[in-house]
Design a protein around this ligand. Structure first.
Ligand SMILES: Cc1cc2nc3c(=O)[nH]c(=O)nc-3n(C[C@H](O)[C@H](O)[C@H](O)COP(=O)(O)O)c2cc1C
Length: 649
């Protein structure tokens, strides 16, 4: 077999990356309250080093404890942090993997003291509000410069293989480079030279303090999509200038910043957005002599990565979300086991948990991610395990049970696997959700799980099968509505609308403005199935259960752009009656209105499917309930519960 060019080592200054698939930096939001590395982070990085990544770029690490982006952010601004960080470096080096420390100053996104070059107010995505930073004085700029240099010296003393300056995503260095944020007229602004000055001085300072051999990298964004902000031409000048200053590698972040990620064209990874940035990065690669990497930016096909490296568009690919879903991403790809890679389905739970909600980083499909990455151990006693339900919870429970050495059978009443995840994959931009079902099915089959489709579980059938343990994952069904007129033929469930199994009229009312209702409305309008859609929601806001960035992107940008006149949203409003061609709604002031609707789509939630569980509980010694059967929630809950319970049997 011909060796993939992704497997080639890459020399960066004095160090050697093991291959061309690197761990992209990602905040885990799991350090201690005072910015110390925790064992959870240690396990996180160790798992990815063990999993074959060619090089690790550590999550953004604060050079100034007074300017962290969140209360929980890894720090390197004091010698006290050296002890634990050196444990991380040693653990990663044990796998022969280099580790780069990404140095970061939050600037206007600083949670304690937002500062920026010129005090331009910035929008904080996912939160829906503006931040008003204060203008930095010259002394403060010099202090920030010094903090980067001192942090780099500390990183070298700890044993890191290099440092990378975080010059993207609208953090401090990006703010100085951006003509939108930097309106200064002193030496740190005014011209392109001035806007590059802070970064140049930091690179010069680190080079002087750390010597000629210590690798220094810079991550930049060639288009932040802000008017007058970072653009291709200026970034080209900047990259060449940094190369002249002796930088050892340059990395390109995804387009956009936290201010503009709602724009469809700039942020990879969410719905309707472009995948990959290789075509633009190759223009930089053509003129730069130092190694150039870029973020996978939503492009997770290793064949595309391979082509990008083979054709000289980039020297290495930094995979972020794909590495959360599968710590062994690199080794599986390089060993030709691509089909075993647990896929990232771009549900954005990672961003929502760590970046928007400031919780521990959380991957829907990998329950170990930022939660210890504990290996699955063989069970002491092998058991005959029956899993009822082939949705995400059941599939994960079956997979893990089989890995533990149990003899596993899975019954699914439909003729296909996936449960409600199949329905969840039908809205625009959610197609990738199906990848999980395909992957889990493949893994289960490889592990010898007996999958029985069209198999309805009954108490009698379970009794005859005589399992030693039952995992009940029967999922949930859509809730029906009891208002007058709800039993008419033109009243359908969101799933029927998405599946296209029922006729849809031109004017549609969607009852329920949660994620399901919004996505159904979006799909009907985007595919021109309906001419107009009215969403009716009882709460005072819609999309409360959606990931913050996804909601901001849809509501703030894509809906106004695609259907300015065709989507109507009624909040604080309840459905009163369904008539033949209209619905009657009532607002919070008890005012009734009639709205045209020849189809009414119900998206008011799900109820747990648990009748059989109650029967089985009395006749089965060991039985567990997981996923939506407990209470309808998200894929993350289903998969994590399946994993957790299977580890206990
Ligand atoms: C949860 C999360 C945290 C991130 N934190 C950082 C970070 O600390 N530094 C950084 O440069 N990029 C950060 N990123 C951006 C990623 O490294 C990467 O550029 C982006 O996710 C696009 O690549 P992907 O499609 O491979 O996920 C983060 C991304 C995610 C999802």
């Amino acid at each position: 077999m011909k060796k993939s060019c992704l497997a080639e080592p890459l020399k960066i200054g004095r160090i050697m990356a093991k291959n061309r698939i690197w761990l992209s930096p990602m905040e885990t939001n799991t350090c201690s309250v005072d910015g110390e590395l925790t064992d959870v982070q240690l396990a996180h990085y160790e798992a990815r080093a063990k999993g074959g990544a060619g090089m690790l770029i550590q999550e953004f690490t604060a050079v100034d404890g007074g300017h962290t982006v969140r209360p929980l952010q890894l720090r390197i601004d004091d010698d006290k942090f050296k002890v634990r960080l050196s444990r991380l470096v040693d653990a990663v080096h044990a796998y022969g993997t280099p580790i780069i420390c990404q140095l970061h100053h939050a600037g206007m996104f600083s949670s304690q003291d937002p500062v920026s070059p010129s005090g331009v107010a910035c929008y904080e995505l996912g939160k829906g509000h503006y931040i008003q930073p204060r203008v930095m004085t010259i002394e403060e700029i010099e202090a920030a410069r010094q903090s980067f240099i001192e942090a780099a010296v500390r990183a070298k003393e700890i044993g890191y293989d290099g440092v990378e300056l975080h010059g993207a995503t609208a953090y401090l260095l990006a703010q100085f480079f951006s003509g939108y944020n930097n309106k200064r007229t002193d030496k740190y602004g005014g011209s392109l030279e001035g806007r590059m000055m802070l970064a140049i001085e930091i690179v010069q300072g680190i080079r002087k303090a750390c010597g000629p051999d210590f690798p220094i990298g810079y991550t930049m964004c060639y288009n932040d999509w802000l008017p007058g902000g970072a653009n291709f031409e200026d970034t080209m000048v900047f990259a060449l200038r940094l190369e002249r200053e002796g930088i050892d590698f340059i990395d390109f972040q995804t387009e956009g910043t936290y201010e503009t990620f709602t724009l469809e064209q700039c942020a990879a990874g969410a719905r309707r957005q472009p995948k990959g940035i290789f075509q633009t990065v190759k223009e930089f690669k053509k003129v730069l002599h130092v190694p150039v990497s870029c973020r996978a930016s939503g492009e997770y096909d290793p064949k595309v990565w391979e082509r990008a490296v083979a054709e000289g568009q980039v020297d290495a690919v930094r995979a972020a979300k794909a590495h959360l879903a599968d710590p062994e991403l690199a080794s599986k790809i390089l060993k030709g086991r691509e089909e075993d890679v647990r896929p990232c389905i771009r549900c954005l739970n990672c961003l929502d948990s760590a970046v928007v909600k400031h919780m521990a980083l959380n991957c829907s499909l990998n329950s170990g991610c930022a939660h210890g990455e504990e290996e699955i151990r063989k069970a002491d006693t092998q058991k005959k395990v029956l899993v009822i339900g082939g949705g995400p919870a059941g599939l994960e429970a079956a997979r893990v049970s089989a890995l533990r050495g149990h003899q596993v059978t899975l019954w699914e009443k439909e003729d296909h696997l996936g449960g409600n995840l199949y329905i969840a994959s039908l809205p625009i931009g959610k197609e990738e959700f199906q990848k999980f079902t395909r992957w889990a099915e493949r893994q289960c089959k490889k592990l010898g799980v007996a999958i029985c489709l069209n198999k309805e579980a009954t108490a009698q059938a379970v009794k005859e099968f005589a399992p030693e343990a039952v995992i009940y994952a029967a999922g949930a069904d859509p809730i029906k509505l009891s208002v007058q007129g709800a039993d008419q033929a033109h009243v359908i469930f969101a799933r029927d609308a998405l599946l296209g199994t029922k006729a849809i009229g031109k004017k549609v009312a969607v009852i329920g403005g949660g994620e399901v209702g919004i996505e159904t409305a979006d799909a009907l309008l985007y595919k021109n199935i309906a001419e107009e859609v009215t969403i009716v929601e009882m709460q005072n806001d819609i999309g409360r259960d959606m990931p913050g960035m996804d909601k901001a992107s849809l509501m703030g940008n894509q809906f106004p752009k695609y259907f300015p006149q065709r989507l109507h949203i009624l909040v604080d409003t309840k459905l009163d009656e369904i008539r033949e061609k209209t619905i009657v709604v009532e607002d919070k002031n008890w005012r009734k209105t009639e709205v045209e609707a020849d189809t009414v789509v119900l998206a008011i939630g799900y109820h747990a499917n648990r009748e059989l569980y109650e029967e089985l509980e009395d006749m089965t010694e060991e039985i567990y309930m997981i996923g939506d059967a407990i209470h309808p929630r998200k894929i993350v809950n289903a998969v994590h519960e399946g994993n957790k319970i299977a580890r206990q049997i």
